[in-house]
Design a protein around this ligand. Structure first.
Ligand SMILES: C[S@@+](CC[C@H](N)C(=O)[O-])C[C@H]1O[C@@H](n2cnc3c(N)ncnc32)[C@H](O)[C@@H]1O
Length: 471
């Protein structure tokens, strides 16, 4: 065994750690980060490396299962790594997410909200996503069982998800529990058709092959958008694939293709060609319709996004006299429902395409009391902006994981806004910002909303109110 390899014969898992890992303590007293274990398990661990000085390993034997352990629903659980907590009861997942949020507030912001409601469970813990991107590869990931078999197994082609830690191997997916039908049928059909017709799957290392990625989007009322990314401009074979998809799924709402000859898989900077059907899908959040093109961002768990926005609206307590700022507004999925209830909304977002979508969606819904601005919040939000657009009654923020830019915190502290609603996808940066704002704002309410069951991702909504003594 190499120098860095170490076996921990008995590790008691005590807590969760970042990125779906678990934290345990070996009988020797050493702290170990473990893949594939849940709190309460006692496991044998093989560690091959350290992460920030702490041994990082995976379970080689489950010595005593945790009472919170359950059988994962997905056959691909051990290979895929996408839904790391599927082996933990949903109640325990919610408990751990809420505990992480409370710990962050207490440790980082050094305060406690007046109210912490129960975490809001997702209405569905399977088949809740409306978008998935699958990758083609001529190097299928072999499962542990296959590797253990005493015969040579063909790697072959795969269409599915990247195996974490292995950039060129793809876990071939037969049934994914994340997206409703016909997502699985579309992926399996395209893969089987390509294999039957000897179409080449992408070689991620060599950058060769025809079929590269497949995006499946499902919308309201059974709408379906499919985007096929090809790595080469082979007109005949491209047509063969697209015709086959239309033939198999004649009710498809929208079929696009794109040629991606770049080093990376991102499609956002490439021109998309509509091959069949409508340019857009339709979605609805609360009382607002959204038109989605192939590049439009949209909330990936719309049923739970509605619950999140209902809480944000309830916290904001707006009426038809309120001027509301929605900072980091994206495509306006919060701004537009707010505009239906407020006097006016001002939205700021740095991505021009998102603002374009926000404006189109405002028009589509006949909403004309909203002004969208393209730019970085930290650059736009200065005294002149407030003078021009007016002093807000409520500020809603929904920043990326990095949280608020310090200049945004300063700009908010200089306003006389009474209420802030802080939507966050990162409890640590939210707690940091609440700590910075607390000289003027008191944390009134904090709610964990589970958008992504079986993962360690956490979404929260906080309500802050100006302290009475502040002018
Ligand atoms: C968590 S998303 C918010 C999404 C939005 N609430 C929606 O539902 O469409 C964060 C948004 O902030 C935008 N963003 C990131 N950095 C920004 C900045 N410095 N200024 C303005 N917008 C920014 C991102 O493009 C993204 O749309």
């Amino acid at each position: 065994m190499g120098k860095r390899k170490k076996i921990f014969p008995s590790v008691l898992i005590t807590d969760i750690a970042d990125k779906g890992l678990a934290l345990g303590r070996a009988d020797s007293g050493e702290v170990v980060l473990v893949q594939g274990a849940v709190p309460g398990d006692r496991v044998k661990v093989l560690s091959k490396r350290k992460k920030k000085g702490v041994a990082l390993g995976f379970v080689t034997e489950l010595l005593e299962p945790s009472p919170d352990r359950v059988e994962p629903v997905c056959d691909h659980f051990f290979d895929c790594g996408g839904c790391k907590w599927q082996n933990l009861t949903y109640e325990k997942q919610l408990f751990l997410k809420n505990k992480t949020v409370i710990n962050a507030i207490e440790r980082i912001a050094k305060c406690r909200p007046e109210t912490i409601g129960e975490p809001i469970p997702a209405p569905a813990t399977t088949f809740f996503r409306n978008k998935l991107e699958f990758s083609f590869s001529n190097k299928r990931w072999l499962s542990l069982e296959e590797v253990k078999e005493d015969r040579k197994i063909e790697r072959g082609n795969a269409l599915g998800f990247h195996r974490p830690g292995s950039f060129d191997k793809i876990v071939d997916v037969e049934k994914c529990h994340l997206q409703p039908d016909p997502s699985n049928q579309v992926r399996n059909f395209v893969r089987d058709f390509a294999i039957k017709n000897n179409l080449e799957f992408f070689d991620i290392k060599e950058k060769t092959g025809l079929l590269r990625t497949l995006v499946v989007r499902t919308g309201a009322a059974g709408q379906l958008m499919v985007i096929v990314a090809f790595a080469q401009r082979n007109e005949e074979q491209i047509k063969q694939v697209l015709e086959a998809i239309v033939g198999e799924f004649p009710d498809i709402t929208s079929l696009y293709y794109v040629i991606n000859e770049k080093a990376n898989d991102s499609l956002l900077d490439l021109p998309m060609q509509l091959y069949h059907g409508s340019e857009f899908l339709e979605e609805q959040l609360l009382d607002v319709k959204f038109r989605l093109g192939p590049k439009s961002f949209f909330q990936t768990n719309p049923a739970q996004a509605e619950k999140l926005f209902e809480i944000a609206l309830d916290f904001a307590g707006i009426d038809n006299k309120s001027l509301v700022y929605d900072l980091y507004c994206g495509i306006g999925s919060i701004s537009l429902p707010v505009a239906r209830r407020a006097k006016k909304v001002v939205g700021i977002e740095s991505v021009p395409e998102a603002i374009e979508d926000a404006r189109i969606n405002a028009e589509l819904n006949g909403i004309d009391n909203v002004s969208f601005f393209t730019g970085e919040v930290e650059k736009l939000l200065d005294p002149t902006f407030f003078e021009k657009e007016g002093q807000p009654d409520v500020i809603i923020v929904d920043p990326p994981r990095a949280g608020l830019h310090p200049a945004v915190v300063d700009a908010i502290l200089q306003t006389s806004v009474e209420k802030m609603v802080y939507v966050s996808c990162n409890p640590a940066t939210q707690a940091r910002d609440i700590g910075l704002l607390k000289e003027k704002y008191e944390l009134i309410n904090l709610r964990t909303v589970d958008m992504f069951p079986h993962t360690s991702h956490i979404e929260t909504v906080a309500l802050l109110k100006k302290r009475p003594t502040q002018s």
